[in-house]
Design a protein around this ligand. Structure first.
Ligand SMILES: NC(=O)c1ccc[n+]([C@@H]2O[C@H](COP(=O)([O-])OP(=O)(O)OC[C@H]3O[C@@H](n4cnc5c(N)ncnc54)[C@H](OP(=O)(O)O)[C@@H]3O)[C@@H](O)[C@H]2O)c1
Length: 129
């Protein structure tokens, strides 16, 4: 990080921004919201890009537990189907696979068309990938 001081009068303004940023990064404190507080998601359709692993899969688990209609939008079908089986064992709910490679605009268009052929509304797009 490079700090440029144009005059001494800049110093208080620059530090008034940096100090809260550093404090938040190093002394974040306890979260004020946890997944247990998430209300029921029945009737809501949610796409999670890259929902086959990591944070995306964890979000999928929590949303399925809250009865959301969850699509895992993934580029690797085998990996997505393994995640769907694991999520069904964990939650008793069935996520759906949507083929999506975000590095390929043809794939993005095809994924949008496939989704629209199956659902009338999208409530949440979780841009995780
Ligand atoms: N983990 C952290 O501490 C952290 C902190 C801050 C921000 N984040 C952000 O949170 C998000 C998830 O993090 P993560 O740690 O859970 O990552 P991760 O485990 O690496 O998962 C990334 C997911 O994105 C998918 N993906 C990557 N490129 C794709 C593409 N072209 N098309 C479709 N899917 C694609 C991957 O699919 P494949 O399995 O096919 O590779 C994978 O499912 C990322 O955006 C990351 O930058 C993470």
């Amino acid at each position: 990080m490079v700090l440029v001081f144009h005059s001494l009068s800049d110093v208080p303004a620059i530090f008034s921004g940096i100090v809260p940023f550093i404090a938040q990064a190093y002394f974040a404190g306890k979260p004020r919201w946890t997944p247990e507080q998430m209300p029921d998601q029945s009737g809501r359709t949610i796409i999670i890009t890259g929902g086959n692993s990591g944070i995306g899969k964890e979000c999928a688990k929590i949303l399925l537990q809250r009865n959301a209609n969850v699509y895992l939008a993934c580029r690797n079908q085998d990996s997505a189907e393994s995640a769907i089986i694991e999520l069904r064992e964990l939650t008793g709910k069935q996520a759906k696979y949507l083929h999506l490679d975000l590095a390929n605009l043809e794939s993005v268009k095809a994924a949008a068309e496939e989704f629209m052929s199956k659902e009338s509304r999208l409530h949440v797009l979780l841009n995780n990938a």
